[in-house]
Design a protein around this ligand. Structure first.
Ligand code: ZN
Length: 220
């Protein structure tokens, strides 16, 4: 049976997808989360995601798509590849996992359809510095059409963070009453350190700059 007021969130236990989880809880009566394992170096990521989903009282599903990491080794899955600290000119940093969001959203749609769920939520953002092609609005709209055609259904892919930078994501988590949980329990760091992280990797820097900027605005 189709569940009109239900959503499935692509969830990794990081700042963005955790904010999306709470956004979904505000907008849908029933929310489930799907977390993907694709050979990440940091298995802690999955433990953290499960713990946050439990706290949010959301059903948690784990899907193994490790073939993705095997097909295209990258610095998130291969310990021998050091993480790019700068974005190379005219290409993506080696934290880019080709096809990742397409694979995640496609499997999420198959899983959701089986549950009668047609709202999918993902925390991709065009405002993110790396400019990954599979985080752009054009791609999401295109995939939405493709999924509808592929399964003869009417999916809606929600991207609540699409145009927002990290500062705005912090603000949204605060408005959703999830600021402390996002700050203290999520894992964004490329070196696998939860909360404020290592402070030195690109993901930590971005998160920290956004946080400082948000706190400045809030306290002024
Ligand atoms: Zn870090």
């Amino acid at each position: 049976m189709k569940q009109k007021n239900a959503a499935l969130v692509c969830f990794s236990g990081g700042q963005d997808s955790t904010t999306c989880l709470f956004w979904a809880k505000k907008h849908f009566a029933r929310v489930e989360a799907v977390c993907f394992t694709y050979g990440q170096k940091h298995s802690l990521e999955i433990k953290i995601a499960r713990k946050i989903a439990d706290k949010a009282q959301v059903s948690f599903h784990l899907l193994d798509v490790s073939l993705l990491g095997q097909l295209a080794p990258n610095s998130l899955t291969d310990a021998s590849i050091p993480i790019d600290t700068e974005k190379p000119e005219e290409s993506y940093p080696n934290t880019f996992v080709p096809g990742r969001n397409m694979v995640f959203l496609t499997f999420a749609a198959v899983m959701a359809r089986n549950k009668g769920i047609f709202h999918l939520v993902t925390g991709v953002s065009e405002a993110d510095y790396s400019g990954y092609s599979d985080c752009r609005d054009t791609f999401i709209r295109s995939l939405n059409v493709t999924l509808n055609l592929a399964m003869d259904e009417q999916f809606v892919i929600h991207t609540p963070l699409m145009n927002w930078d990290k500062k705005a994501v912090w603000q949204l988590s605060d408005e959703l009453g999830a600021f402390d949980l996002v700050r203290n329990q999520t894992l964004t760091c490329y070196n696998g350190i939860p909360a404020d992280g290592c402070g030195a990797c690109p993901a930590c820097k971005l998160r920290q700059e956004g946080l400082e900027s948000y706190l400045q605005t809030k306290n002024s």
